[in-house]
Structure formats: C-alpha cells, structure tokens
Design a protein. Structure first.
Lengths: 242, 239
C-alpha cells in the first residue's frame, strides 16, 4: 500500500513539474542563440509552410518558370550569384548549405557566413546616429536590405526592406524592390534555431506567405571557417553557390 | 589629408556608450583615427624600412605602373579578394570585432572581408594557404597577440605597393589605450626575410565608434561585374 501511495505521489510531482513547465516555459536568453549553425535540410527553394509553390502573380510565375528553364539549359545569366558571385542577399543567404556564426550584441546581431566571407548585420532597437553615413543611408537598396529588429521575449523579430530590384529569393524565385521580409528567429531547443519568414512582394506574389527554416547547432564547424572565395571557385569552373 | 580624415571619420553626434570595462574585451566597432602616408618609409621608431633589393624592385614596378604607365597593377582588395591584414587595417573604414572565449572575428565594411583567429593557440595551423593566411591568437597580459602566416599570395602592405612575400609572418599586438579617448592600438610587425633585412614594426590607432557599427553593404563582386560589363560595352562601341 505504502509503495503504491509513494508511486502516486512521485507521479503527481512529475505531472506538476510538467504542468508548470508548460504554463511557464523556460525562456532562452538572447545570447543562447550564439554559436555556429547549419541549415537542417539543404534546400534550393524557399518553400511555403504548406508545401508547393509560393502564391505567384502571373508575372511572378512567368519569371520563375523562365529562370527554371534557363537553369535547365545551364544558362545562369539570370542569377548574379551564380554568374558573378554577387551578394545573394536575403533571404537567400539563410538558405546557404554552409554554416554561419551568429553573434548577439546589444545593438547589433551579426551573422558571419562561411560562404564567400559574407556577413549580415541586424540593428536591434534604435541605432546610434552615424555622422559618416547620415540618416536613411539605406534607401538606395541593397541585396541584404535594411534589417531592424526587436526582442519579443526570446524571439528576435527582424524586419528587412530596402532591397534592390531584380534579385532572387532563392534559386529561381524572382523578387522586386518592394520585397519585405519579417523573420522570427528563436531557439526551438538549445540545438535547433528556427527562422520563421513572412514574405511580401506585391508584384511577384498575390499575398503574404510564410516559410520556416531550421538550423542545427553545428558540431563539425567552428570559427575560423576555412576561407571561401567564390571568385576563385568560379575561375576554377566550380559552382559559385554550392 | 586632415580634411580627408575628418570627412571619413567625422566626430560623433552624441556621447557614445563606453567600450567594455574589461581591457581584454575589444568587442565593438573601431575606425582608424590617424592620417597615414600613402607610402611607408619609416618604421614606428623612425628608422628606414630595411627593404631588400627584391622588395625595392617590386615597389618600383608597382609605382611605375601607376605614375609612369598609368596602368596600375591591381592589388587583391580591389579585385574583391581578401587583401591581407596590413592593407585591410590601413583603410579609413570601420570594422567590427566579435570576441568569444575561443575566437576573435573581424568584420570589415570594405570588400566584405571577414577574418577570424582562434584564441589560446600557440602558433598558426599548418593549413592550406589563404588570402588572409592562417592565424593564431593569445593573450599576453592585456594585449592580444595574433600571428598570421601561410598567405596565398604576396601582400601589399599599403596602397603604394610596399610588398611582403606570401611567406611573411605578420604579428599584430592589439591593446586598448585611452590617450585620446577610447582607442585600439595595433602594432604590426612584418617578418619577411625575402623582402626585409630584419623584422620591422608600424603602429596604427583606431577610435571607438559604436555609432558606425552598421555598415552599408559592399557588394564588391556585383560592382566589379557591372564595371566589366560597362567596359565591354564601351569597347564594343569604340569598334
């Protein structure tokens, strides 16, 4: 009898702890995101959450298909990354099959990619005024876009806009200078980083859509990364975007 | 030159947040705060740089290409290739330092160069030759010492063409100083028997500038491709 009661008490205690954890999940500290990460599943396309293709407009779909057909012919002139090692920008760099290191600092989160010694900076909160560049220096656009973020609990919410026109979201999907990205970066577990991306680009897509990328904490890579120089690979006849 | 420095590094518009209190934390954003000569002739002690005949010949060839032939020999940086530490740290553009217990990473706005060194390592790994070499860092008191060797190509130590061979050993001593506000001092020693009769050292200082910590993207490869395309069109029109 006594043993049964003790067993019940232990089960109740475990249940209470589980209930408590579910009600009050342990929050990860922002710095816990630091480390070296690698895409869990290599993928060349950013796939919507439900699968299939993004909700293309007629023009978006036509450009997507044209890019796919050109690639099938081995013609990559539509892709400045493959043809000249230009910056893949966002969100394509988040699709790199190579690892990246993530650093969380009070005003800037920096991602250092193993691909072609490239990096991404995300401003967290209000930036300090920069007298060298002046305000709104980003309006002319770039492949990386202009990324600003805030912490929502243990999730880094990143909004990126001010992209240049005529880039690619992934291997084939076209984008315009109206592209905006909202990303929610959080630790799904200590060893899994999740990037939930909402894509909006009215000329290319009929509506906003979501995709989720996950990254595993890399056990086989650390800083310093082996030096990767895309132009050397291109010169050697190797793929620019492996 | 002073005006050029003021334009590239204008004074901050606000009172800047201070750097970390720990002198062994060099995390943050820094930019050179001194005017350096286009061509180095003296070391940090004021002595002539002990160039070998081979170094003189290379320097003269590079200078002749610019000033006489008007057809410059292009260094690696402007070719969108990592240019080596001496060239990169000689630019009037900011860089960010990201420090962890076992590595230090330098992120440069110019050429999107990234250079990392492992910490607590006695000497550079015997890895493959790289544009930024193989590095090893260690703390000596409050000074971070980083040794780099095994370069892929000969170096340009400054824009005028002072050379170092790809077998050069570049040792940088980085320490926080506060003579004119918070600064980072980097003393760089070039040890390269092929180009110099003896190791020699030069010193640069960098101002603490967290207000310059977000960089405009330098899409070097896209710009180079666009320039090449423009040149090809121009050539086509001329024929």
């Amino acid at each position: 009898m006594g043993r049964v009661r003790a067993g019940k008490a232990a089960a109740c205690a475990v249940l209470s702890v589980v209930t408590l954890l579910l009600a009050h999940p342990v929050q990860a500290a922002p710095n816990d995101m630091e480390g070296v990460w690698r895409l869990s599943r290599p993928q060349s396309l950013l796939v919507p959450g439900g699968g299939g293709l993004p909700p293309f407009t007629k023009e978006g779909r036509a450009r997507f298909e044209a890019n796919r057909k050109a690639a099938a012919r081995g013609d990559f002139r539509f892709d400045a990354v493959r043809s000249s090692c230009a910056s893949p920008g966002q969100p394509r760099l988040m699709l790199s099959s190579r690892p990246f290191a993530l650093f969380v600092r009070p005003r800037v989160v920096t991602l250092v990619y193993a691909w072609n010694h490239t990096f991404r900076q995300i401003t967290v909160g209000e930036p300090l005024p920069n007298p060298a560049s002046g305000p709104h220096w980003w309006v002319f656009g770039s492949a990386q876009g202009h990324a600003t973020a805030r912490w929502d609990g243990d999730t880094l919410v990143v909004k990126t806009d001010s992209f240049t026109d005529g880039r690619l979201l992934d291997a084939f999907t076209p984008t315009s200078d109206k592209l905006t990205l909202t990303e929610r970066l959080r630790l799904r577990s200590p060893k899994v980083l999740e990037d939930r991306i909402t894509v909006s680009d009215p000329g290319i897509f009929t509506r906003r859509w979501d995709a989720v990328l996950t990254y595993a904490r890399a056990t086989d890579a650390k800083l310093p990364f082996a030096e990767d120089v895309c132009l050397d690979r291109l010169k050697a006849g190797q793929p620019a975007w492996p | 030159m002073e005006a050029h420095l003021r334009a590239a590094v204008p004074p901050p518009e606000i009172v800047l947040p201070p750097p970390p209190a720990d002198p062994k934390r060099i995390d943050g954003t820094w930019i050179m705060d001194q005017v350096t000569p286009l061509h180095m002739t003296h070391d940090a002690s004021g002595h002539d740089i002990p160039m070998t005949d081979a170094a003189n010949a290379i320097l003269q060839a590079r200078q002749r290409a610019v000033y006489v032939d008007h057809d410059p020999i292009v260094a690696t940086g402007p070719q969108c290739l990592p240019p080596g530490q001496p060239w990169q740290f000689g630019l009037l553009t900011p860089f960010q330092i990201l420090q962890t217990p076992d590595s230090v990473t330098f992120v440069f706005s110019e050429y999107h160069t990234v250079w990392s060194a492992p910490l607590g390592v006695a000497s550079p790994a015997a890895g493959p030759r790289q544009y930024m070499g193989q590095s090893a860092g260690r703390w000596e008191g409050d000074t971070l010492v980083i040794e780099t060797s095994t370069y892929k190509l000969p170096l340009w130590l400054e824009p005028d063409g002072m050379p170092a061979s790809k077998d050069a050993r570049v040792t940088m001593h980085l320490r926080r100083i506060s003579d004119h506000g918070p600064e980072l001092e980097i003393a760089t020693t070039i040890d390269d028997p092929e180009m110099f009769h003896a190791p020699w050292t030069y010193v640069h200082t960098y101002a603490w500038r967290p207000d310059m910590e977000v960089f405009e993207e330098y899409d070097c490869e896209a710009q180079a491709a666009s320039a090449a395309q423009g040149q090809a069109l121009k050539t086509k029109e001329q024929h």
